[in-house]
Design a protein around this ligand. Structure first.
Ligand SMILES: [Zn+2]
Length: 482
């Protein structure tokens, strides 16, 4: 059986989840569901990045022991996946023992390849990014682009470095030959331009003192901890047992696609690939890079005070509605704005009036006509064979285009019903009425199947209602919100 391993970037757990996390969970879930529906055995991993210095700082601020703090916050993320109907197989915490073993195993492999060396380093460090920055990467005010208002620290210490520069040409060749692909193209071109500009070796450890004794010790040097980024990327290996469960690892590695936000493209497209090359491991095939959710055109940030909690939106509109908005109204490849007002508009227009109304309408017609449903129920694989545009959109991670395709079918079917007027046929032409209803029911069954990767609960409800012999009216799928 064909297999696919899908991963999603693991969030820092120094704060509660926001709508951006929900977006990524939902997008990655659609990809995983799509592969499963296509008949591939699929494993979908996410987890939590717990070894970061900013977790230590946040825990100190909250006056809670670090482990307790990260456990509590990681649970919020794990719970959110359930609330969003995200079907994760593995939630790998990086403070677990099995992760430490994997992390140290890869370190040793890179060391064996001669790619790790010690050096005195002085640089500007953003704790928000957990990354050294060059002056040219900072704003005019000398602040990090991703973390305005946060202090940049000047740091000098002896660290272990990774020979990233050694892999520059090899990674360029991998991308150019299509062995490793970054989606979309413009992100791939950005990565290629960065690679051609030359790579600098990067620091992959911190002193115990600066890491506040938190994180994974460097093998053979108890005075240093593995740098959080080097360590966090390894979650994709630890979650499937690299170094701890050889059978599981062999079954699933490498990933078919890795899902990340644009802010961490470089880590995944370059650092990570170099680390794997150094360890002589197989490489992921694809990197899907999504853009950000903005709020009133601004980046979400605690300082601005515009952070949106996805759990509030789920309470108000339901998980399926939030999924719909994130997939249909947020472009995967351009920053898109989110507001409760926009969510409500989309809910009423597309879900209550569009899909919900169509379902209620056809069910009512079938019930009134005592229509008997006899069509064979088709699988996802059978159905998509006739919907090339939908498949092409999903293959390119253009979730919004795939959903536009489904909503066009909804609009067409509404129009068809208006033209055929089955409520009149019920009095005049039962034979024709049967033909019309058969068409409607068939179309709704198709719509339900096409919705499966996107709105799993809704798709199931519709299928349950329309695949039975007698179709009856049911509770409204999406009651109008006032
Ligand atoms: Zn930063």
């Amino acid at each position: 059986m064909a297999k696919s391993y899908i991963t999603e970037a693991i969030p820092y757990v120094n704060a509660q989840p926001h709508i951006g996390h929900a977006l990524e969970f939902i997008q990655a879930d659609v990809i995983a569901r799509y592969y499963r529906l296509k008949g591939k055995e699929t494993l979908f991993l996410c987890g939590s990045d717990e070894n970061a210095l900013k977790n230590v700082q946040s825990a100190e601020k909250a006056g809670i022991p670090i482990q307790e703090f990260v456990d509590k916050n990681a649970q919020l993320f794990a719970d959110l996946t359930k609330e969003l109907h995200v079907n994760l197989d593995i939630f790998q915490k990086t403070s677990l023992k099995n992760h430490a073993i994997t992390s140290q195993t890869l370190w040793k492999l890179c060391d064996k390849s001669g790619d790790i060396y010690k050096k005195l380093y002085k640089g500007l460090y953003c704790v928000g990014c957990e990354e050294f920055k060059t002056k040219t990467e900072l704003t005019e005010k000398g602040e990090c682009v991703e973390h305005p208002g946060k202090k940049i620290e000047e740091v000098e210490e002896e660290n272990y470095f990774f020979k990233l520069s050694k892999y520059q040409d090899q990674i360029i060749a991998l991308i150019e030959s299509g062995k490793f692909t970054i989606v979309p193209d413009f992100r791939q071109n950005e990565v290629l331009a960065f690679l051609r500009g030359g790579l600098q070796d990067f620091s992959i450890s911190r002193s115990n003192e600066r890491a506040k004794n938190w994180g994974i010790p460097v093998p053979g040097d108890p005075t240093q901890r593995i740098y959080v980024w080097f360590d966090a990327l390894i979650v994709y290996l630890s979650g499937i047992g690299f170094g701890t469960d050889e059978e599981k690892y062999k079954k699933w590695w490498p990933p078919e696609v890795q899902v990340v936000g644009k802010g961490i493209t470089r880590f995944h497209a370059i650092y990570w690939i170099a680390m794997l090359l150094s360890g002589n491991l197989l490489l992921p095939k694809k990197l899907f890079v999504h853009e950000y959710i903005t709020v009133d055109g601004q980046k979400m940030s605690k300082t601005v005070g515009n952070v949106i909690d996805p759990r509030d939106m789920v309470k108000k509109f339901g998980a399926e509605a939030l999924r719909y908005f994130c997939l249909a109204k947020i472009s995967p490849f351009a920053d898109s704005d989110f507001s409760e007002k926009k969510l409500k508009l989309a809910y009423n227009a597309d879900l209550a009036n569009g899909l919900g109304n169509l379902i209620a309408r056809v069910a009512k017609l079938c019930e009134t006509a005592a229509y008997e449903q006899t069509q064979t129920v088709r699988s996802f694989q059978e159905v998509i064979g006739a919907h090339d545009a939908y498949v092409a959109s999903l293959d390119a991670y253009k979730f919004n285009d795939a959903l536009s395709y489904v909503w066009e079918k909804i609009t067409h079917l509404d129009r068809y019903i208006n033209d055929e007027k089955p409520w009149e046929l019920v009095k005049t032409d039962m034979e024709k009425l049967k033909t019309v209803l058969t068409h409607c029911v068939g179309e709704i069954q198709t719509i339900a199947v096409l919705l499966q990767p996107f709105l799993p609960e809704t798709a199931e409800k519709i299928a349950l209602q329309f695949n039975s012999k007698t179709i009856q009216t049911a509770q409204s799928l999406f009651p109008r919100k006032i």
